[in-house]
Design a protein around this ligand. Structure first.
Ligand code: HAM
Length: 423
């Protein structure tokens, strides 16, 4: 039997309903904040991620799905959405439009990670990016969207961690301090960190292998190297979060696994007992140099992405049921082959008039048709026999009250409208 690739999953049954419902909620939420939906390709030129996400990140060095196509192009399945949105922003010259440009996306991302609960090789992100303003109010808005979305879903156990990585000048000073500090301790670090020392020493602080290493614990802290501009930006973000009543914890160790961040970074964790190690539900931050790094005009940006699978796990852990329950207005069946095309035409007409209708495709007997209508949770059952065809009067049964009606064919739309409107 052919099976799905490791780290992927099929969505069906209640889970597919949940995903569709979340998308619906997200679409409505994004209207409230005036963000536009943007869709970019699932694969991009590999260079985009090397330049954008960063040569020293695990995501690029260990986790990308790279391939060459039949035209020998080097392509990569997107591991995240920000780089693709930035490419789209530059390529389509969206920077000439009103600023800030506020966009959202929803789709599959791919990372070759060791699969476990909440960590897949293909997973879904809902993300948001805003380009063109360096106002800390936008950082606060971005964080507030994540928090408000979770609140809207009824999720209680969440913890917001924030930090600042400062601007380029502060980063340069901090980088130098880290290089000086780690130099005499290089042989106490893991081999990955020795490479990070050369390319991006900040990433040493985020090392999973060395997380309890005292050398890393005692490393210089970013907060001691922030210039005034960076300090001011961060204190404004915190002030705006307070203004909106959003609770947060400043975590100076938060550096994030992607290279493009400047100033604010944040992670929203599930704070739920026994949730498991993959507890970061959503994360993001500001990236004021990324558009330029990828070849566009200097444009600040800020955004986040939420892992939909992890969000579903968190909702389940808190016993929050977001299944919407499909609503079938009517189920139709015919009593004879003769009445079949009559049924098809009627069902087609009802669907075109906005009703959710299904019908019998298996020529079941009456008893099984009633059973099937129950299974589909149909509110009304429409029965069409030869008699009905001749007289143009159909039998409609309310499947809850079991009341039966004879309805003239030409009145069926009004009849269902009225009856369903009563509910
Ligand atoms: P990220 O932290 O790499 O950030 O991913 C964001 C979220 O995607 C994570 O918090 C997690 O919920 C989910 N996620 C990541 N990897 C996996 C996985 N293997 N399986 C399941 N879920 C996963 C970004 O991707 C940035 N682009 C976010 C951003 C947008 N920053 C600024 N704008």
């Amino acid at each position: 039997m052919i099976q799905k690739p490791k780290g992927t999953y099929d969505i069906f049954g209640t889970n597919s309903g949940k995903i569709l419902y979340l998308r619906k909620l997200i679409t409505a939420l994004m209207d409230k904040y005036n963000y536009d939906y943007v869709q970019t390709p699932i694969f991009e030129s590999s260079e985009l991620f090397h330049r954008g996400v960063g040569e020293t990140t695990d995501i690029v060095t260990k986790e990308t799905y790279d391939f060459t196509d039949r035209g020998n192009r080097n392509l990569t399945l997107r591991p995240e959405g920000t780089a693709g949105l930035v490419r789209c922003f530059i390529e389509n010259k969206l920077y000439v439009e009103s600023k800030p440009l506020k966009a959202w996306y929803f789709g599959s991302m791919f990372r070759y990670e060791r699969p476990q609960s909440g960590r897949n090789r293909e997973f879904t992100q809902f993300g948001v990016e805003a380009f063109g303003s360096n106002d800390p109010m936008l950082d606060a808005e971005i964080i507030s969207i994540v928090v408000n979305f979770f609140k809207m879903l009824g999720l209680k156990g969440i913890k917001v961690n924030i930090n600042t990585l400062g601007d380029s000048e502060s980063r340069k000073m901090y980088r130098k301090a880290l290089l000086d500090y780690f130099k005499p301790h290089l042989n106490e670090l893991c081999s990955d960190c020795q490479t990070r020392y050369e390319k991006n020493p900040l990433r040493i602080l985020d090392c999973k292998v060395d997380s309890k290493n005292e050398v890393i614990e005692n490393a210089p802290k970013m907060e001691d190297y922030l210039n005034q501009t960076s300090l001011d930006h961060f204190s404004k973000v915190k002030e705006y979060l307070k203004t909106m009543g959003i609770e947060y914890i400043v975590n100076p160790k938060l550096v994030r696994g992607l290279d493009y961040y400047t100033h604010t970074v944040f992670e929203v964790e599930a704070d739920i007992k026994d949730f498991g190690s993959q507890n970061v539900l959503g994360a993001g931050g500001r990236y004021d140099n990324l558009v330029e790094t990828i070849g566009g005009p200097s444009t600040p940006g800020v955004g986040f992405a939420i892992g939909i699978e992890r969000l579903l796990l968190a909702l389940e852990a808190e016993n929050i049921d977001i299944t919407e329950g499909k609503k079938l207005d009517a189920y139709a069946f015919s009593m004879s082959t003769n009445a079949k095309s009559y049924m098809l035409s009627l069902v087609n007409n009802l669907r075109m008039n906005g009703f959710n209708v299904d019908m019998d495709y298996l020529e079941r007997n009456m008893k099984n048709n009633f059973k099937h209508a129950d299974k589909l949770k149909a509110k009304f059952i429409i029965i069409i026999g030869d008699d009905e065809v001749t007289n143009k009067i159909i039998t409609v049964k309310n499947n809850e009250t079991k009341e039966e009606f004879k309805v003239k064919l030409e009145n069926i739309v009004e009849f269902l409208d009225e009856k369903l409107g009563d509910e």
